[in-house]
Design a binder for this molecule. Structure first.
Ligand code: HXC
Length: 302
């Protein structure tokens, strides 16, 4: 990310302590960098402990400050509780939680196994609730304010063909955002979400556009986007700061798209690009995705 394009004053987020799930890679790392740059203490977690550690070291070398990486699988409520307890006791109460961790892969729904459905929904739907519930209860108990942000997708509004477990799970989190914005507003907790269009990351490209890792980086990746391009990381980071930093606290219960109007122009999902693939192409895609999954799995420490 080009840090000079962060549009806020240095020190804006001093005093904030924010946990970003999946903060060692992709969009999570981009948000971690922006929050750190603006003075926040940042915590990240991921299943690949060494990857999260490396990212934390890289960001601290670049900007100073404090980034603490935790190895944690958010599918496990006990592991979440242990991590959050450690943050509270060693560092202090969180002031914010970014629910960014996700799992996803393209598949015809008729080809999905129950395990495949669960692998995605356990991370996105259940894991997001477990950690939100854990952090929310602690903040309520100590009468402290808190900001919650979820990274969703525009599919929550119109469906995600060929990514049904992800679309269903993120739609659930969209409703959680609206529900808790109202229920927990009186406790000083607010809930918002971002629905990004295409912001190419490694994890996403390997699972949503396998074999096209180069293509997604260029202007051809726009899938007919009105702005003729994909998103740039600082654009997402600037929106995340708006929602997580003090100053615009009256924004509550909103899901904001940042997609160049791709959703309005072409539905923002995979219907057009994947509906004509044949059996052989799907088999090739699945093999490439499983290859990426296996490589990631070999690096997991939890
Ligand atoms: C069919 C598949 C498959 C594929 C895995 N499975 N890949 N089925 N097609 N391509 C099946 C497996 O066969 C198995 O079922 C089950 O899914 C679980 O697979 P595991 O690899 O054991 O799962 P696990 O180790 O838990 O990994 C979870 C994962 C993986 C979701 C499958 O992809 C992951 O960890 N992803 C994290 C990173 C990620 O996905 N990033 C992209 C997010 S992008 P069986 O029946 O064989 O046991 C994103 C962007 C959305 O969310 C917005 C864009 C605009």
């Amino acid at each position: 990310m080009d840090i000079t394009k962060i549009m806020y004053r240095p020190g804006l987020m001093a005093g904030e302590r924010i946990l970003i799930t999946g903060g060692g890679t992709g969009l999570g790392k981009v948000m971690a960098e922006a929050f750190l740059y603006l003075g926040a203490e940042v915590h990240t977690c991921g299943r690949r402990g060494a990857v999260a550690e490396e990212a934390a070291d890289e960001l601290m070398t670049r900007h100073g400050g404090k980034v603490v990486a935790h190895a944690c699988d958010i599918r496990k409520p006990d592991a979440i509780d242990a991590m959050v307890e450690q943050i509270w006791s060693r560092h202090g109460a969180l002031t914010g939680l970014v629910n960014n961790a996700a799992g996803n892969f393209i598949s015809r729904t008729e080809d999905l196994s129950i395990n495949g459905f669960n692998a995605i929904s356990d991370i996105v739907f259940r894991g997001t609730f477990y950690i939100t519930h854990n952090v929310g209860k602690r903040l309520i108990a100590q009468n402290a304010r808190g900001n919650f942000l979820a990274i969703l997708t525009t599919w929550v509004w119109n469906g995600g063909p060929f990514t049904v477990p992800s679309a269903m799970s993120k739609a659930g989190i969209n409703v959680m955002t609206q529900s808790l914005a109202t229920e927990w507003g009186r406790h000083g907790l607010r809930f918002n979400a971002i629905a990004p269009g295409t912001f190419p990351t490694k994890g996403m490209t390997e699972r949503l556009s396998p074999g096209n890792a180069q293509g997604l980086q260029g202007r051809n990746a726009d899938r007919g986007n009105p702005m003729g391009r994909v998103g740039e990381m600082h654009e997402l980071a600037n929106l995340a700061v708006l929602l997580m930093a003090p100053g615009a606290d009256y924004i509550n219960g909103q899901t904001i798209a940042i997609d160049g109007a791709g959703y309005q122009a072409n539905a923002g999902n995979f219907y057009q690009s994947l509906s004509r693939m044949d059996d052989e192409q799907w088999a090739q895609m699945a093999a490439m995705i499983r290859g990426a999954n296996d490589k990631d799995k070999a690096q997991r420490t939890t």
